[in-house]
Design a protein around this ligand. Structure first.
Ligand SMILES: Cc1ncc(COP(=O)(O)O)c(C=O)c1O
Length: 395
């Protein structure tokens, strides 16, 4: 057996003719940047998740950067987030010049511990940036309450949670801005990189639309005008003003979703409910198959309908189990082995081992199993059996 942790090729094979037809449509159209496919995908994904505006971009990291910039967050500002996530979450905060402030996660949901957030607020805090970790929704009502009380923005990192629900409804748009990744392995994964910002706020949407194309065009002009208005000034009369892409109003980025990706993602979005159902089914069968063993299976918070981007188990001997699974041909791993507060890139922040005990414990005790929608029943059974064997014989 050779079972990959995330086999994206199999998803392609299942609906190959549909994806390839979409890609060919773009190739033959000659419209490779922007255009109908991108606009349609932005509208369709925003509708799916329940937001007014969708602004596509090059990847999920850029989506967070665009969101922060659109909210005016930068040097001197602090953003409260977690260290139990992929590097990009806090990297984006640092990339706009702000300071990530890490709080620990909840020991059961692996999401931001809402009880720790208020203690981390200072007069520099501008936003809270929780991560719907592994596809489990954070407690958004509690976070919204805190953000409202302290006038903070709530920015959700939804890179792992497309399709997740909270209290029966899609949960990804319960903050001010939500940031998605369409990296191929994600719940909605393209055939390359991709990302999206969702928001109901027109100003944020227009700022993101401009920032992603070098701060240009009419959305750039609108955003710059607003910035001047906020500081009580009007735009300099001598400033060249036009709506074409050669008029630049903000220092932005080049971060676009390719039309070919948009076309493929549109087709995949049509199958999204099936993908999530299959992830949830795999998770539930793992839970059943691993019952009464020593592993701690994922705990679904009562308010969350987990989308299982990742299915993680907990055991004190996680690294040994990962090795044993590998010997049986099952790829596994720890997501993520080094918590962000201990990463060299953040050493300037001065955190040390012991500062975030739950996060640190998770980095040593969790290991993940393949849960992707196209996992075969025999593979799932084989993995369950392999785990049972390890437990009985080796540990
Ligand atoms: C939690 C989280 N945030 C941000 C990102 C960044 O997304 P991308 O790889 O599309 O830049 C990822 C993806 O790997 C992620 O898992």
């Amino acid at each position: 057996m050779n079972i990959q942790l995330m086999n994206v090729q199999r998803q392609h094979e299942k609906y190959a003719s549909e994806y390839e037809e979409a890609a060919l449509r773009v190739l033959r159209s000659g419209n490779y940047i922007g255009g109908e496919e991108v606009i349609a995908f932005e509208e369709e994904f925003a509708l799916y998740e329940g937001a007014k505006y969708g602004i596509s971009c090059g990847n999920g990291t850029d989506a967070i950067i665009l969101a922060l910039r659109a909210l005016g967050i930068g040097p001197g500002d602090e953003v409260i987030t977690t260290a139990w996530t992929f590097f990009a979450t806090a990297e984006s905060i640092a990339a706009v010049g702000a300071t990530p402030v890490f709080v620990d996660v909840d020991a059961f949901t692996y999401c931001m511990n809402v009880n720790l957030v208020e203690h981390a607020i200072t007069d520099k805090t501008r936003a809270v940036l929780p991560v719907h970790m592994y596809g489990q929704s954070c407690d958004m009502d509690a976070l919204r309450k805190i953000c409202k009380k302290y006038s903070l923005y709530l920015i959700a990192d939804c890179a792992q949670s497309a399709g997740t629900k909270y209290k029966g409804k899609r949960s990804n748009t319960l903050g001010d801005v939500s940031c998605f990744s369409f990296f191929p392995t994600k719940n909605l994964g393209g055939s390359g990189d991709g990302g999206m910002v969702l928001t109901d706020d027109e100003n944020v949407a227009r700022a993101c639309r401009s920032l992603k194309v070098h701060g240009s065009g009419k959305d750039g002009l609108w955003t710059l005008k607003k910035e001047y208005e906020r500081s009580g000034k009007s735009l300099p009369a001598s400033m060249p003003m036009g709506e074409s892409k050669y008029y630049n109003y903000l220092i932005g980025y080049n971060s676009r979703l390719d039309a070919i990706q948009a076309a493929i993602l549109r087709v995949k979005l049509n199958h999204m409910d099936e993908f999530i159902d299959r992830r949830r089914m795999n998770a539930s069968l793992y839970n059943e198959g691993l019952k009464n063993l020593e592993f701690i299976t994922p705990i679904e918070a009562e308010y969350s309908e987990h989308s299982y981007y990742i299915y993680a188990l907990k055991h004190p001997q996680a690294s040994l189990i990962i090795d044993k699974l590998k010997e049986s041909g099952v790829s596994s791993g720890t997501y993520y082995p080094i918590p962000l507060h201990l990463q060299g890139a953040f050493s300037y922040l001065g955190y040390k081992e012991g500062d975030l005990p739950i996060t640190e414990e998770l980095s040593k005790t969790t290991f993940v199993l393949p849960v992707f929608p196209e996992l075969f029943e025999q593979e799932r059974d084989y993995i369950i059996n392999a785990l049972r064997q390890i437990k009985l014989k080796e540990i």
